[in-house]
Design a binder for this molecule. Structure first.
Ligand code: PSV
Ligand code: MN
Ligand code: MN
Length: 430
């Protein structure tokens, strides 16, 4: 496997930190053993954790106002995959890349697959794009795609999704994620029921093209780009659509796609209970679909989501196999650093959730002891699991401090010299 970052640089950085890490790990191990928890078990589970990288996340995103290009931005999907390889080498828990089409179109998908494999990467869910017009496209998506009033426009969007499945097959992916920006900006502009019917109809055609071992992930979003109504606006519509389509259709939860103050962890619990939780697009937000780094604004929410996921896994719920992906946009940070940071924060929430004393919690819940129930969650959340995550990385050949090792490697300066600045890397503002 080709390593992009010189392992000697990682080793040198790890050497500086290893003694302190060992001591911290021992102290935490002692604390956890007093709570009846074996630290090595938690480490093994955290080590087996994986979250997919969004190919579009390694470029600088931009907002609807401007895009300030970053240095050494990827020029094409091969560069994007290489950047993902850097992330995976340092954090060791991002073995897959989720491609976005047509942004990531290539002439030879076997070559692309081999390029990824060289970095220990595979391809995850394929994302379709019918929220933008592409050069030379016959019908515009200005007024919608899968739910468009015009049949030819809908068919064009269906065809694109089917092409995504074909490309995904060549890349070894097993799922298609469909997000559409379809909706309306003004009351009266769109007939809600007819638009949803058309959306379902189009999706049925895409669903029919799914290979047997594939799944279709429906991603809802409350608003943006449509500001009055959106065709697939919430998990209720998503669940309805999934059940209409069939077993292979599930609901994907992007953390930034909900109304403010919505209890996302409860949505997760409901979808898991009924076998329709597809997985996640992790990110964080304060206002809307801000696409900030995971855990940067509301880490407790992330923990509470993982609390539900660990609970569902322990109860062995039927059909429970969520796919984890990041979906972020980076404007003021180095995207590689942000993605490493986020992967670790998602893994952190998982490790913390593994520490919840579920027996005690169930007792408090049944005994209506609200205070002790919530303190039980807080005890797990307030445990600093950093030594567990760092030890897991070290043992897997990664970096104790991924950002420090990355900066020491000089990777960004190296690619900046190879990759001339471009106006847009195809990430976009969504
Ligand atoms: C839409 O806001 C979204 O979350 C969907 O997942 C898109 O595919 C992605 O962003 C593109 O950046
Ligand atoms: Mn998303
Ligand atoms: Mn989004």
């Amino acid at each position: 496997m080709s390593k992009i970052i010189d392992q000697a640089v990682i080793a040198a950085d790890n050497d500086k930190l290893a003694a302190d890490l060992k001591a911290d790990y021992a102290v935490l191990g002692e604390q956890l053993s007093r709570r009846g928890i074996a630290i090595d078990d938690i480490k093994a589970q955290a080590s087996a954790f994986a979250v997919a990288l969004p190919s579009w996340g390694v470029g600088t995103g931009g907002t609807r106002f401007a895009r300030f290009a970053g240095k050494g931005e990827p020029r094409n999907v091969f560069d994007k995959v290489q950047d993902c390889g850097v992330i995976h080498q340092l954090v060791t828990i991002t073995p897959t890349v989720s491609p976005h089409l047509p942004w990531d179109k290539a002439t030879d998908y076997q070559e692309l697959r081999q390029h990824a494999a060289a970095f220990g990467l595979n391809f995850d869910c394929v994302n379709s794009n019918t929220f933008q017009d592409q050069k030379g496209q016959e019908h515009s998506y200005k007024f919608g795609s899968l739910s468009h009033a015009d049949a030819a426009t809908r068919q064009q969007a269906v065809d694109h999704n089917i092409e995504c499945i074909e490309i995904g097959k060549a890349l070894g992916a097993k799922a298609l994620t469909v997000w559409v920006g379809d909706g309306s900006n003004f009351p009266g502009q769109q007939h809600f029921a007819r638009a949803f019917d058309r959306y379902l109809d189009s999706n049925r055609k895409i669903y029919a093209a799914l290979p047997d071992d594939w799944q279709m992930f429906l991603e809802h979003k409350m608003f943006e780009p449509a500001f009055y109504s959106t065709v697939l606006q919430d998990w209720g519509s998503s669940y309805l659509a999934a059940t209409q389509l069939g077993e292979k259709a599930k609901c994907l939860v992007d953390l930034g796609h909900h109304a403010p103050n919505v209890n996302i962890e409860m949505i997760v619990a409901r979808l898991a209970a009924f076998g329709r939780l597809a997985g996640f697009h992790f990110n964080d937000s304060k206002y809307g679909d801000d696409d900030l780094d995971s855990g940067s604004i509301n880490p407790y929410q992330l923990f509470l989501i993982f609390n539900e996921l660990v609970d569902a896994a322990e109860r062995k719920l039927a059909g429970f196999k969520p796919e984890y992906m990041l979906d972020q946009s980076h404007n003021v940070t180095d995207p590689i650093e942000s993605l490493m940071n986020s992967a670790v924060e998602v893994q952190r929430a998982y490790a913390q959730a593994l520490l919840v004393d579920r027996m005690a919690l169930a007792g408090y819940q049944d005994g209506n002891d609200a205070l002790q129930a919530t303190r039980t969650l807080k005890q797990a959340y307030l445990t600093d699991v950093s030594p567990i995550l760092a030890m897991a990385r070290l043992e897997r050949g990664g970096a104790i401090d991924p950002v420090a090792a990355y900066r020491a490697s000089g990777y960004r300066a190296r690619v900046a010299a190879e990759r001339p600045a471009v106006a847009s890397s195809g990430g976009g503002i969504v």
